[in-house]
Design a protein around this ligand. Structure first.
Ligand code: NAD
Length: 254
């Protein structure tokens, strides 16, 4: 269903972004992937997906511009832009390191603006485009100690609505997906430390700490998020724009 489409997925060397890149490639899209990691592992992913990798740092607007230029020159497009790269830092406001605040706002929020402003002119000219932002349940509700992340994700939700209104007559949709806790290596790697720090079992950490706010007591899977991203690319999803679609096991219903 995505033959002939070019997709650029930021932060797609791991976790949710990688699952989205795999799903879009499996539907026929040609991919530019982005993100950090081991060079051999990234080369293997690119090879597997027939994708081009660009290592642009999403905190660097110039590097973002060069990545979009390269995508247009080597693949065309992008017709599908998935803004997924993101980082987290956990600390109370009065001891939150200002440089961590700046990095989270740059990567999780400002990068979404920079990629989108470069991608929109060609999408509008073609009369078809999809911008999909990985927001978070934290685009709708807050948790303590995540001020920068919550501010950035609320910002992504607001940016999504604005860009959707501006492109509503252009065949372009702009939406965000807001997952709860997703089972990624990032989350899995927190378990041993939390077990040790709090003297809990693996099951207690998963149910009482990580899934405390998720009524289903099930992690969202990266593949579930990816399937929704694929759906948003379909022509049947042309009327879904400016939406913030939750996939959080009921978290934000509570
Ligand atoms: P992850 O750490 O597995 O993947 C993050 C990706 O972003 C990696 O490819 C990494 O290399 C890349 N990245 C990080 N900093 C970058 C930078 N400066 N420039 C370019 N790439 C960079 O994390 P994930 O859990 O897959 O998270 C992906 C997105 O989903 C993030 O925006 C995150 O906020 C969001 N999210 C995650 C969860 C969750 O529970 N895992 C829940 C809700 C939302």
């Amino acid at each position: 269903i995505l033959n002939g489409k070019v997709a650029l997925v930021t932060g797609s060397t791991s976790g949710i972004g990688l699952a989205i890149a795999r799903a879009l490639a499996s539907k026929g899209a040609r991919l530019m992937i982005n993100g950090f990691g081991d060079a051999d592992e990234i080369a293997a992913i690119a090879d597997d997906l027939g994708a081009i990798h660009d290592g642009a740092d999403m905190s660097d607007p110039d590097a973002i511009g060069r990545m979009l230029d390269r995508c247009a020159a080597e693949l065309g497009g992008p017709d599908i832009l998935v803004n997924n790269a993101g980082i987290q830092h956990v600390a109370p406001v009065d001891s939150f390191p200002p440089e961590k605040w700046d990095a989270i706002i740059a990567i999780n929020l400002s990068a979404v603006f920079h990629t989108t402003r470069h991608a929109l002119p060609e999408m509008k000219a073609k009369g078809w485009g999809r911008v999909i932002n990985t927001a978070s349940a934290h685009s709708l509700v807050a948790s303590p100690n995540k001020s920068a992340y919550v501010a950035a994700k609320h910002g992504v939700a607001g940016f999504t609505k604005t860009a959707a209104l501006e492109t509503a007559r252009d065949g372009v949709t702009v939406n965000c997906i807001s997952p709860g806790y997703v089972w990624t290596p990032l989350v899995e790697n927190q378990i041993p430390d939390t077990m040790q720090a709090r003297g809990l079992t693996r099951e207690q950490v998963m149910n009482d700490v990580l899934l405390a706010a998720q009524p289903t007591k099930q992690f969202v899977t990266p593949e579930q998020v990816a399937a929704l991203a694929v759906f948003l690319c379909r022509d049947e999803a042309a009327s879904i724009t400016g939406a913030n679609i939750s996939m959080d096991g009921g978290w934000t219903a509570a």
